[in-house]
Design a protein around this ligand. Structure first.
Ligand SMILES: Cc1cc2nc3c(=O)[nH]c(=O)nc-3n(C[C@H](O)[C@H](O)[C@H](O)COP(=O)(O)O)c2cc1C
Length: 210
């Protein structure tokens, strides 16, 4: 278990990536599979992930990200986009997928289907957007940990203009919204931040055993 904690101490939100060191396609594939395997509420996965490699697009996104260099200097930029709104088809598609994968009769899932629709369809648009965005953040957390486990550096990023990202990547017309971004690559030796001690509240402050 100590090894896991060592990895979590090793990782940090990388400020300066080394553009000459590129994460392999194979490792990228593992990370994307980890994102795909992430748990989500009911299993509905109300999001889509974009891997941005194109230099021109990344340069444009950097301008929409307070000029943060991680946007262009990392190996890959992952944009985790949530579905800001949804209708019953979100549940219907999921049910169809269960039928396919598990070979269960659709009728046998009617109770589960109604339960999900009952819980979700009455939400306001703002509640739907907040809930789907939360689901995308679970994938983000998973990616941070798995990347650290693989010795790959990351920077989770909220410091960007969502409206501009949605426009640049054409997300709005796909009913998607840029929730959060993850820069993936290898740290530059010159990034002083890697040597800073971790700042975290104490266990007493954060955890209560009842
Ligand atoms: C959701 C989220 C958004 C963040 N946005 C940015 C960002 O835009 N730019 C940046 O340099 N760091 C960003 N960070 C990094 C945090 O500042 C950093 O994770 C925190 O200070 C803890 O430090 P550590 O991750 O290095 O241990 C973000 C972190 C999270 C989880």
């Amino acid at each position: 278990m100590k090894n896991v904690l060592d990895k979590l101490n090793w990782r940090y939100a990388t400020k300066k990536f080394d553009p000459s060191k590129k994460v392999s396609k194979e490792d990228l594939g593992t990370l994307l599979e980890a994102a795909r395997m992430t748990a989500s509420s009911y299993g509905l996965q109300p999001y889509h992930f974009f891997v941005v490699e194109d230099d021109k697009v990344r340069a444009t996104l950097r301008k929409a990200s307070w000029d943060q260099p991680q946007i262009t200097d990392s190996s890959y930029l992952l944009v985790l986009a949530n579905k800001p709104t949804f209708d019953e088809s979100l549940v219907d598609n999921f049910i169809d997928n269960i039928v396919d994968v598990r070979g269960i009769a659709k009728e046998d899932l009617a109770g589960y289907e109604q339960m999900m629709k009952g819980a979700l369809m009455g939400l306001t648009d703002a509640q739907k957007a907040s809930w789907t965005s939360s689901q995308a953040y679970i994938a983000l957390g998973n990616l941070l940990t798995i990347a650290a486990e693989m010795g790959i550096d990351t920077c989770p990023m909220e410091g960007f203009d969502k409206a501009q990202y949605n426009e640049i990547l054409g997300l709005t017309e796909k009913n998607l919204n840029a929730a959060v971004v993850l820069a993936i690559g290898y740290r530059s030796e010159e990034d002083e931040t890697q040597h800073y001690p971790k700042v975290r509240y104490s266990k007493e402050n954060l955890i209560t055993h009842i």
